[in-house]
Design a protein around this ligand. Structure first.
Ligand SMILES: NC(=O)c1ccc[n+]([C@@H]2O[C@H](COP(=O)([O-])OP(=O)(O)OC[C@H]3O[C@@H](n4cnc5c(N)ncnc54)[C@H](OP(=O)(O)O)[C@@H]3O)[C@@H](O)[C@H]2O)c1
Length: 224
């Protein structure tokens, strides 16, 4: 993939990791649609701000009408309620699934034909070590990330023959608002996560494991 020929759309590009994805894609020479629920909060020079709530099908449709030249989709937007699946509010448990699973899936179903029509490209799904590590303190989030991981594996096989490469990025805590509660020495710089993710995407890797915790967790999956 040649960076200066990429037209990317990044979801949740107004803050956190998404802001780094948008800025680094610009640095690499791409055209970038920076998508956010409130596009007026986007603060990355060189991007084209675009309104997008991934849980709102009408918003996704409108974004696709505007960003019809996209070749790389970065599914970064996410939420973390830290709800327990047993005692958390059901609306929080639903929000996690509506965002990470159904929302991301709808964005993919809408943009895959666009990417294909533009000659092929790639989709990057921002996942987590919690796709595999299911602590009850983040039960609802983990279940949604596990579902998103399974979906990612399935679409990778479906989209490959259509010229669309699918990459999954898994990582532990990132130093953003979402992990504000976590100790500083357990968090990875979001600029580093974005760089490794984009390098892996460029290299055509199917899965990028950013940190030691994530690599160890994946390695132990079959060990129970
Ligand atoms: N932080 C971590 O420790 C960590 C670890 C592993 C994976 N991840 C994943 O990395 C991704 C980025 O997270 P982050 O750390 O940057 O979190 P963050 O700082 O909380 O930012 C979340 C972003 O997602 C956007 N968003 C949430 N719901 C949305 C929706 N329905 N439609 C469109 N945008 C929406 C937010 O927009 P608003 O400003 O409008 O709320 C914000 O831009 C997520 O997928 C997350 O699950 C994070």
């Amino acid at each position: 993939m040649n960076n200066d020929q990429i037209t990317a759309l990044v979801t949740g590009a107004n803050r956190g990791l998404g802001k780094h994805f948008a800025a680094q894609l610009i640095e690499r020479g791409a055209k970038v649609y920076a998508a956010a629920r409130r596009p007026e909060t986007i603060d990355v020079s060189g991007v084209e701000p675009i309104q997008l709530d991934i849980t709102d099908p009408a918003s996704v449709r409108r974004a696709a009408d505007v960003a019809s030249d996209v070749t790389v989709l970065v599914n970064n937007a996410g939420t973390a309620t830290r709800a327990s699946v047993l005692s958390g509010a059901f609306e929080d448990i639903r929000l996690e699934m509506e965002t990470h699973y159904f929302g991301t899936l709808n964005v993919i179903r809408t943009f895959a034909p666009i990417i294909e029509g533009n000659g092929g490209g790639a989709i990057l799904n921002m996942l987590s070590v919690l796709s595999w590590l299911h602590d009850p303190t983040s039960g609802a989030y983990s279940a949604a990330k596990a579902a998103e991981w399974a979906m990612t594996d399935a679409i990778r096989q479906e989209l490959a023959p259509r010229g669309i490469h699918v990459t999954a990025v898994h990582v532990g805590y990132i130093d953003t608002d979402m992990a504000a509660f976590a100790p500083a020495d357990q968090k990875t710089d979001p600029a580093v996560v974005a760089r490794l993710a984009l390098d892996g995407l460029h290299a055509g890797e199917p899965e990028i494991l950013v940190d030691d915790l994530t690599r160890a967790t994946k390695a132990h999956l079959s060990g129970g």
